[in-house]
Design a protein. Structure first.
Length: 218
């Protein structure tokens, strides 16, 4: 097994982008030196070099919001790493899932900050707790498994009819309805789309072990 050379900068560091391996959400960016990378590979816990404290920093060591590293990638010219992780809890110290929640310019579309399915899941959760009486999602959730179940069956039926003989637009539209109501069903049980992606990833054989991204000597 050959190892890709990491192009450490003149401080012996490289930036590390951290991405949720299932949702694709970019969680944070931090720095690693060789010791941080080695520690990450050995423990599978995302570890960085804190430039402000001048010490190794195991993400979540104090907050409990750790990141289990499943794979490490190196970019084309070797000067940036990508950790693909399963995050436990929010990744930002502000309590948000990702550090990237601020649009550069005020008034930019809020929905663009996270992968769309994650944003949609958050929106469904938010509507559950909405105070306005007129939320469709809220009424479904209040109707419980029976009401949601009836809707999922109806949408599944419309979807398979579309697949069998309707236009591509109809298939996409009914697929969207089915997926949306499936998300509502998950929400009714306090689950999110990530739990489903996790099952799919397991079934389709992601190896889930840390690649040996760097074994070079200083
Ligand atoms: Zn942050």
């Amino acid at each position: 097994m050959s190892t890709v050379a990491v192009a450490w900068d003149d401080r012996g560091l490289v930036p590390v982008v951290v991405q949720d391996r299932l949702t694709g959400e970019v969680r944070m960016v931090a720095w690693a030196n060789q010791a941080a990378l080695r520690h990450t590979e050995e423990t599978r816990q995302a570890t960085f070099w804190s430039r402000s404290r001048g010490e190794l920093w195991v993400k979540g060591a104090t907050s409990g919001h750790t990141m289990a590293v499943q794979e490490i990638l190196v970019d084309c010219d070797g000067d940036t790493l990508l950790y693909l992780v399963d995050p436990a809890g929010p990744s930002c110290h502000t309590g948000t899932p990702s550090c990237f929640f601020r649009p550069l310019h005020d008034g930019e579309a809020r929905a663009s900050r996270a992968p769309f399915l994650s944003t949609l899941t958050e929106e469904i959760t938010a509507r559950r707790h909405a105070t306005s009486a007129k939320s469709y999602v809220k009424s479904l959730l209040e109707g419980g498994a029976e009401k949601i179940g009836a809707k999922v069956r109806e949408e599944a039926d419309e979807f398979v009819r579309a697949v069998a003989g309707e236009t591509d637009e109809r298939v996409s539209s009914e697929g969207a309805d089915l997926l949306f109501h499936t998300l509502v069903g998950l929400e009714s049980r306090g689950l999110d789309v990530r739990s489903v992606l996790e099952v799919l990833a397991k079934r389709f054989g992601t190896s889930g072990h840390v690649e040996k991204a760097s074994r070079e000597k200083p």
